[in-house]
Design a binder for this molecule. Structure first.
Ligand code: GDP
Ligand code: ZN
Length: 314
């Protein structure tokens, strides 16, 4: 009788549909997929996996199966036209990379911040292309309400480098950071600077996982410095964030500018949409007063409240 094969620990460093790349503590990587149709593993998951007997992988080229997921500290979601999906777990922080150009969407920025707040993951906002001058000054000014909310915000020029890149490196050190940003903001430039050659290697990996098929998008964890525990997670695009797990009635808790005025509401169950004596509505003012709510943010609150009140999208 042969000994029962042992479960081995690993970290999910890439996913491609249900295929996962699992990295062992010694750095070796294997293609595995979760046992059972319903279970899913995401990048950042700590797992226990079982090596497939010779020639018995579940899928073509599989080296083993993921048998168990360790409990997650947090989980990030995104949403496509059909449903909400989780895609990254166990994050220390989220880096939202936007740029002076192309213009970014404030709704997308707010959604990303709310998604981070809802999972209690600290966000960092980096505004890239500070070398552009006037458009940068305008964008930086436009972000004033977010600085007033207390968000960590960093000016950046990935093109010219300089002091700000050092500050960013400091913030990333020893942490697992999910990078989000609209296309054109400089995400590939950042990843190429931090991990030279990473994107080329990922292309090859994608091809290996997708033999013969059209390459689809995937989420990937890159080690910037494995010994220091510095990792970046890249997920293509700046998707609509899945906020289905956020109850509309709690939305205000995840928007700091709105939250700080709730105490002034007359009704304990105020939705801040139309009630008399609402502290939030009273605080909506144009201009840069540090303690006010910008009309743009209030509109985002209203739109999201309506969306989340419709219930989950599955
Ligand atoms: P991605 O779509 O987010 O991956 O963006 P890329 O990294 O491909 O960058 C988009 C464009 O912005 C490229 O042409 C980059 O050379 C340019 N870019 C990146 N960083 C900077 C920067 O700091 N300043 C300027 N002016 N251009 C930049
Ligand atoms: Zn209110």
């Amino acid at each position: 009788m042969s000994a029962r094969p042992a479960l081995a620990p690993g970290l999910v460093v890439a996913t491609h549909g249900r295929h996962c790349i699992v990295e062992s503590p010694d750095g070796t990587r294997r293609i595995c997929h979760p046992r059972g149709k319903k279970s899913t593993a995401v990048v950042g998951d700590h797992v226990l996996w079982l090596a497939a007997a010779q020639g018995q992988g579940q899928g073509q080229g599989d080296d083993g199966t993921i048998e168990k997921l360790e409990p997650r500290r947090n989980l990030f979601y995104r949403q496509d036209e059909i449903r909400t999906k989780s895609f990254a777990a166990n994050l220390d922080q989220v880096l939202i990379l936007i740029a002076a150009e192309p213009e970014f969407s404030e709704t997308q920025l707010s959604r990303a911040l709310i998604a981070a707040e809802a999972e209690r993951i600290p966000p960092i906002i980096a505004l890239n292309k500070s070398d552009l001058g006037e458009p940068f000054t305008r964008a930086w000014g436009w972000l004033a309400p977010y600085r007033a909310m207390g968000y960590d915000m960093l000016p950046l020029s990935l093109k010219t480098g300089g002091e700000s890149s050092g500050e960013l490196a400091q913030r990333l050190k020893g942490k697992t950071t999910l990078v989000l940003g609209p296309s054109g903001a400089g995400k590939s430039t950042l990843i190429n600077q931090l991990i030279p050659g990473a994107l080329v290697a990922t292309g090859e990996l994608s091809q290996a996982l997708n033999t013969g098929k059209h390459t689809t998008t995937s989420t990937t964890l890159y080690w910037v410095d494995k010994e220091a525990g510095t990792a970046m997670i890249d997920s293509p695009g700046f998707q609509e964030f899945g906020l289905h797990h956020v109850d509309a009635r709690h939305l205000a808790d995840f928007m700091p500018d709105i939250k700080r005025h709730i105490a002034g509401c007359k009704f304990y169950n105020c939705t801040h949409l139309h009630e008399p004596g609402c502290g939030v509505i009273a605080a909506v003012k144009p201009g840069d007063e540090a303690d006010s709510i910008s009309p743009r943010r209030y509109k985002i609150y209203g739109d999201l409240f309506a969306e989340l009140s419709q219930g989950p999208r599955y």
